[in-house]
Design a protein around this ligand. Structure first.
Ligand code: CO
Length: 425
């Protein structure tokens, strides 16, 4: 069923559960777009500005997705929306299996700025991309998902660490091995263990893999305020809202969605926002440098990433008058040092757009005596050469394995982005 038809909150839950890794999120978004009539382009194919008018999807590395509507001819503006597909998590080390006290254990590395404590006592699944030796010895790519827990990281009992509630550092290398089960001998090979743990694991020798652990608990909606509680809200919530909006975008205008991998580790990679995925596509579509420069200068990028909703137990961590509420609507994220992209003219443009779409906006700016996070907004603005503005839905527990936000805010974000893409051109 096509997005936009199902109720928003259950649709979002389904997307989150089906997308334990960026590879799965991109595959899911691509499938939805293709079902709605978007055509797939490959970066290795010969295509450019002579493409017939229509909707198109391009992937890079299977973990970054571009979707755009191309009007044909010589469009004069681009309405770009950016988001990211990755989330902080725990990932297996390259040779992760070991034996400790008769248990088979899996050593992890931390991807991005993860909150570590919430990973204890979770039922953990395993998913990602696996490359096996194909029939003709060429690499064969598969997405895999255990669809069930394969292990857990038990807490240490309070009786064995009486001071744990007064603060204890967590060392992920020493203390966060995932316990997989009992073993009487040596650790099996990684490929053999994966084949036993993951149904439908591909045959053939495992040449390489990129796997992530995930909380196998499904997303849930909490009444009465329609809070959604799930992993990866940062930033699959934004990918989902933007992808739904793209399905309703004005096909007669040049609209683009860029969902990038690797934001949580700084965006400096081939598929990341510092890479040239979007730059290269725009260069193909608008090859003349003067026309392209004119187009970009007249364009706008909305960088969409979740914001910090005020926490009622820690309200002092937010500056007064800058405390977004869950359910209060999307947030303008402002920072004088451009760790969030924006300027007064772009803010005014968004305010007018939100006013027309009847969507409330909240404002966040970090407490001036605290460090501000960042987004792909400033990176893309500098990399592409166009004005950008950071917005996002307020959430709690950013970078926890169980985050929370309001599904009502997420739906308003979709409406705001749909308005952005219908007003463009
Ligand atoms: Co984010």
């Amino acid at each position: 069923m096509i997005w936009g038809v199902k109720p928003f909150a259950s649709d979002l839950s389904e997307f989150l559960d089906a997308s334990p890794t960026p590879f799965h999120a991109v595959a899911r978004m691509r499938a939805q777009l293709v079902e709605a009539g978007f055509r797939t382009l490959r970066e290795t194919d010969d295509w450019g500005g002579d493409l017939p008018a229509g909707g198109y999807v391009v992937e890079r590395n299977g973990s970054t997705l571009l979707a755009f509507t191309w009007p044909g001819g010589t469009p004069e503006t681009l309405a770009l929306v950016g988001a990211h597909t990755d989330s902080p998590n725990l990932r297996p080390m390259p040779n992760p299996l070991g034996v400790s006290e008769g248990y088979l254990t899996l050593a992890v590395q931390v991807y991005g700025g993860a909150l570590l404590a919430p990973w204890f006592d979770r039922e953990l699944g395993l998913a990602g991309r696996v490359i096996v030796r194909g029939a003709d010895a060429s690499p064969e790519v598969h997405l895999v998902d255990s669809h069930r827990p394969v292990g857990l990281i038990p807490s240490l009992a309070i009786h064995l660490d009486r001071k744990v509630n007064s603060g204890r550092a967590i060392n992920p290398t020493a203390e966060m091995h995932v316990v997989l089960g009992r073993t009487s001998g040596q650790a099996p090979s990684w490929g053999d263990w994966l084949r036993g743990a993951i149904d439908e694991f591909p045959g053939g020798e495992v040449l390489a893999c990129e796997l992530s652990l995930y909380d196998a608990t499904p997303a849930r909606i909490l009444a009465p305020d329609s809070w959604i509680v799930s992993a990866r809200l940062d930033n699959l919530l934004s990918c989902h809202a933007a992808c739904r909006a793209m399905l309703r975008a004005d096909a007669g205008a040049f609209n683009m969605l860029a969902c990038h991998d690797h934001e949580e580790i700084g965006s400096r990679s081939w598929p990341g926002a510092q890479g040239d995925t979007a730059v290269a596509a725009i260069e193909r579509l608008v090859p003349d440098p003067v026309r392209r420069a004119r187009l970009l200068a007249a364009s706008l990028m909305l960088s969409v990433d979740n914001a910090h909703g005020v926490h009622p137990n820690f309200a002092h961590k937010h500056a007064a008058q800058h405390r977004p509420l869950l359910g209060g609507g999307p947030v303008l994220k402002l920072d004088e040092a451009q760790r969030y992209a924006g300027d007064s003219l772009q803010i005014a443009r968004l305010r007018l757009l939100a006013e027309r779409a009847d969507i409330p906006l909240q404002v966040f700016s970090v407490r001036p005596d605290m460090a501000c996070g960042s987004t792909i907004g400033p990176i893309s603005a500098a990399n592409l050469g166009l004005p950008a503005l950071d917005i996002g839905v307020p959430q709690w527990a950013m970078h926890s394995v169980r985050e929370s936000a309001s599904a009502l805010d997420a739906e308003q974000l979709e409406q705001l982005l749909a308005a952005f893409w219908s007003a463009a051109g």
